[in-house]
Design a binder for this molecule. Structure first.
Ligand code: GSH
Length: 217
């Protein structure tokens, strides 16, 4: 069976977790608490960068959440969560990459930086740019790829879901707001959304990982 190494509070692992649930793909979940268990030799053999998520499928290892999603989507193409149309596919990829490269690092900055610090204000400014971009892309569609859920919604929806927990609402972005509410009505999303307490645990884990990284650097 497909082995899925994850932590339910990690946004990157949550992307894959939600994908597996949306597609109904059976897996053997292997929980890493990220309290040092990701640094043990047996896990470093799977992911030398000691991150979750990772999967091992019949001995084939894949790390990096976006690569895992591509691997699984190719292996389990139905129902399709990647469009075939060139423009829709490019849009889905753009949203995935913008969420990963532009949004998530700024969300993490909001967690670490004190409110009204220059870094926090800059992060909020960049998040606003992403929200405007996402609003334009959504237009009158239900989801980023059109009428149906795609990998773009899973990735961006999972990353964006941290924002309300940090006091950032979407009232200036009604299209993002409607899309987010639509996602949150889905069974899988209701079952897997972080509680306030789980989010506080996630922040503590992030803090520990960050301190370890700063000591190493
Ligand atoms: N680019 C990777 C990043 C994964 C990542 O940063 N995972 C974090 C949790 S969100 C982690 O496992 N950190 C543990 C560590 O750095 O020791 C991906 O998309 O899979």
């Amino acid at each position: 069976m497909l082995k899925f190494y994850y932590n339910p509070r990690s946004p990157m692992a949550r992307r894959v977790w939600r994908y597996l649930l949306e597609k109904g793909i059976q897996s053997e979940p292997i929980l890493l608490n990220l309290n040092g268990d990701q640094l043990k030799d047996d896990y470093l053999q799977i992911n030398p960068f000691h991150h979750v998520p990772a999967i091992v499928d019949n001995g084939f290892r894949v790390i990096e959440s976006l690569a895992i999603l591509d691997y699984l989507e190719t292996k389990y193409p139905t129902p399709a969560l990647l469009p075939k149309n060139a423009q829709a596919l490019a849009t889905v990829r753009m949203v995935q990459m913008i969420s990963t490269n532009e949004l998530l690092p700024k969300v993490i900055a909001l967690i670490f930086e004190s409110e009204d610090s220059p870094k926090c204000l800059q992060a909020k400014h960049n998040i606003d740019i992403v929200m405007k971009f996402f609003s334009d892309i959504l237009g009158d569609n239900d989801y980023f790829g059109g009428r149906y859920l795609t990998l773009a919604d899973i990735v961006a929806g999972t990353d964006i879901s941290l924002l309300p927990k940090l006091g950032f609402d979407f009232k200036n972005y009604p299209k993002v707001n409607d899309w987010f509410e639509r996602l949150m009505q889905r069974d899988v999303w209701q079952k897997t959304e972080l509680t306030t307490e789980e989010f506080e645990q996630f922040k503590r884990v992030l803090m520990i990982i960050r301190q370890r990284k700063m000591r190493k650097d």
